[in-house]
Design a protein around this ligand. Structure first.
Ligand code: KG4
Ligand code: ZN
Length: 336
């Protein structure tokens, strides 16, 4: 009935997620339990609260993933789990559970790098897609511009020197009183605002650099809000959101196109939570089209954290014969 069933587990931040995939690409289930409501009142993820919620949720979420797929634990052939980067206490919940399953069932365990996992979300919906390509991974914790030469082979072309792109969205949304997480709210609100209302700084850094910096634009928004407050003037939140988003997206798009040019790549792939941003998708498509470059991105639900992408990444490593030891530990600051 199935070729190879992989159970994926993801608990690196504030989503408890479990998925069952057949043959590394076909999603039989992808259950995502978000803790957003729990962390909202703190304006961001509180690590200990996240860990405690994961430990309550993990078994029911795995059971739901198995039930939805119409299988039992006995049908699972391998298990993939995020072991970093992320919040260490949160990671340990998923990792310990995955190890217990692998040990109890005597099936292969494959530890997955969360950043790499984000890229694999793209293979789930586009069977034609294959490396090489240039990939922009933009999430709450990471901003990586990468050349994926082959499965498991990455050349890092640029990273952020300060805030991650999603972090800049979240912090700016907080300053604007829009709540957490800020990315989706700013995305929506920006559609009603004028992106040229405020000229926020674009940090291109050194002429040949593919690195990013978002702390400047974030501070510029903060300074604007503070000075408006002092003068007792109202800010048009939609205009600020649109102008902020434009400043961030323009730099992301420009550097991604430069990276494609530098690597002579014909395809550009987006990944991570910020890849759900409609302006980023739109502007990149528009500009890439003019250069005859293809653009691919996952549906929004596969852009943000989920276990299907982790299971997919695990499967590709499994096929190459890679296995993790049952002594595998969580690595909070794991690099790509
Ligand atoms: O990939 P993800 O779920 O978690 C991490 O690995 O960090 O990304 C979450 C981030 C948050 O910062 C959130 O604000 C941002 O992705 N995000 C967006 C959008 N949807 C989510 N940012 C901009 N526009 C969006 N539509
Ligand atoms: Zn993520």
């Amino acid at each position: 009935r199935f070729t190879h069933l992989t159970l994926g587990i993801e608990t690196s931040c504030d989503e408890t997620s479990a998925a069952v995939l057949d043959g590394g690409k076909k999603i039989l289930s992808n259950v995502i339990s978000s803790q957003v409501e729990l962390h909202k009142k703190y304006g961001g993820v509180v690590p200990e609260i996240a860990s405690r919620k994961h430990i309550e949720n993990i078994i029911p979420i795995i059971q739901e993933a198995l039930d939805t797929a119409g299988v039992t634990l006995n049908d699972i052939n391998s298990i993939g789990v995020t072991y970093g980067p992320g919040l260490v206490g949160a990671l340990l919940v998923g990792l310990s559970t995955a190890k217990a399953v692998a040990y109890g069932r005597n099936i292969p365990l494959i530890g997955v790098n969360h950043i790499e996992g984000h890229i694999y979300a793209n293979f789930l919906e586009d069977p034609e897609l294959a490396p090489p390509f240039v990939c922009l991974i933009v999430s709450g914790g990471h901003t990586h511009l990468v050349y994926m030469k082959d499965y498991g082979e990455y050349e890092i072309l640029g990273i952020t020197r300060d805030d991650a792109a999603g972090e800049a969205f979240d912090k700016t949304a907080r300053v604007l009183g829009l709540g957490y997480p800020g990315g989706p709210v700013i995305d929506k609100l920006a559609a009603e605002g004028n992106p040229e209302a405020y000229a926020f700084p674009r940090a291109y850094l050194e002429p040949d650099s593919l690195d990013f910096s978002f702390s400047g634009v974030k501070t510029a928004v903060l300074n604007l809000i503070n000075s408006m407050k002092q003068k007792g003037r109202e800010v048009n939140t939609a205009d600020v959101a649109a102008s902020f988003q434009e400043a961030v997206v323009e730099v992301l798009v420009e550097k991604t196109l430069r990276a494609a040019e530098r690597k002579n790549a014909g395809t550009i792939v987006l990944a991570g939570g910020v890849a759900a941003n409609s302006r980023l998708r739109g502007l990149l498509m528009e500009r890439a089209d003019r250069m005859d470059l293809k653009v691919r991105y996952p549906s929004p639900v596969l852009c943000t954290d989920n276990a299907a992408m982790i299971a997919s990444c695990a499967y590709f490593h499994y096929v190459k014969g890679e296995r993790s030891a049952l002594s595998l530990n969580a690595v909070a600051n794991l690099g790509l």
